[in-house]
Design a protein around this ligand. Structure first.
Ligand code: DAH
Length: 362
């Protein structure tokens, strides 16, 4: 081993150390140079064979080489550690400008919760959910529902008509913000063949505003069409639903004869309540509270939708979702549903996953 060889081995090692890409590669180089069987260690072992002068010179050169390699490894270790740290800091960076999102602050709006409950109960009775657009045709909203042109519900003060682009639009062209979900009955009957069993919740619009009316509100519609469906089915279906929804096993139900153009016969749906001491309480107490309308689908409506009334018959019902929510959850003023007041929502809203879900209750 000459000093020249030592110099070239040293510079080889230093280059490799400089190029090491991680801690493991560096450690391998350390073992290769300075380990028990390392190249420099092995060279130390050969010193004994040299004569004293050569041994002195070579020994000094070897020690210098070992020092240089150790210093280079140590320096490289620091560089690699610093690089690893900054890579981690980059990866685990926390964006302190992101505003905090406190857990559990959100609430489910009572309308959403009530709609879910209604749909869940009817789903258990075999009803599918149907949907229609908020803006619908005059035909789907009125004409097909057997509403003559002079029916009060068609007057401008009740319904929001879309501005006519031209005079003389036909009933299927003219559009209106639907004043009830009954339009989904028409869409469903025109789009599918009986048997039909649907529930249609959704937004509805009327030009009204007081304690119990807002221009935008929610309804749900039910429709069953089959060959032998009768009014007894209608009453049993509503009774089962209302008892399940309010959780009152003996809640009484009464049909009061009424008029709707799209049903014949038609009835108002009343449920039992008490108003003693000015406080409204639902149950079998002898008083009555109206909660919706219903009836057997008028044969004109069936015919308008291409369904043969000599083969098929069925029932329909409709009621306000806010009204049911107000009764079930003791909310006194309908207008507050849509004021987006966070204090109201915190009080009347539902914590996600904390919801008494009728589906889970079985
Ligand atoms: N569409 C009626 C309303 O908005 C509610 C209604 C009554 C719907 C009787 C029906 C029904 O399907 O049969 O006041």
């Amino acid at each position: 081993m000459s000093e020249t060889e030592l110099t070239s081995l040293q510079s080889e090692l230093l280059t490799a150390i400089e190029a090491a890409s991680d801690g493991a590669a560096l450690e391998a180089l350390r073992v290769e140079a300075l380990g028990k069987k390392g190249k420099l260690t092995e060279m130390m072992k050969t010193l004994g064979k040299l004569d004293p002068d050569a041994r002195k010179a070579m020994g000094a050169a070897l020690n210098a080489a070992k020092d240089a390699v150790s210093v280079a490894i140590e320096a490289k270790q620091k560089v690699l550690a610093a690089a690893a740290l900054s890579e981690r800091l980059e990866k685990e960076r926390i964006d302190v400008t992101l505003s905090p999102r406190p857990m559990g602050e959100g609430r489910i709006h009572p309308i959403t919760q009530t709609t879910d409950e209604i749909v869940t109960i009817f789903a258990a009775m075999g009803f599918a959910t149907a949907k229609g657009p908020d803006i619908d045709t005059d035909w789907n909203s009125f004409t097909a529902l057997n509403m003559p042109a002079n029916h009060p519900a068609r007057q401008m003060q009740d319904s929001f008509y879309m501005p006519d682009v031209s005079d003389g639009l036909s009933s299927t062209e003219k559009r209106v913000l639907r004043p009830h979900t009954s339009s989904v009955q028409i869409r469903t009957m025109m789009g599918q063949k009986p048997p039909i069993r649907i529930i249609a919740p959704g937004r509805t619009f009327r030009c009204d505003y007081d304690m119990t009316h807002t221009p935008m509100f929610h309804q749900f519609e039910g429709l069953v069409i089959d060959e032998k469906t009768n009014m007894g089915h209608l009453k049993g279906c509503l009774l089962d639903f209302l008892r399940a929804f309010f959780g009152i096993d003996d809640l009484p139900l009464r049909f009061r004869p009424s008029y709707f153009p799209f049903t014949e016969p038609s009835a108002e749906v009343d449920i039992g309540c008490s108003r003693k001491g000015g406080e409204l309480k639902l149950g079998n107490y002898g008083d009555w509270l109206e909660i919706g309308g219903c009836g057997m689908v008028n044969s004109n409506v069936l015919r308008n939708c291409g369904i043969d009334p000599d083969v098929y018959q069925g029932f329909a019902f409709g009621t306000g979702i806010e009204r049911l929510a107000m009764l079930k959850y003791g909310i006194p003023d309908l207008r507050t549903f849509f004021e987006a007041d966070m204090r109201w929502l915190k009080h009347y809203g539902f914590v996600p996953l904390d919801i008494p879900n009728p589906a889970m209750a079985g």
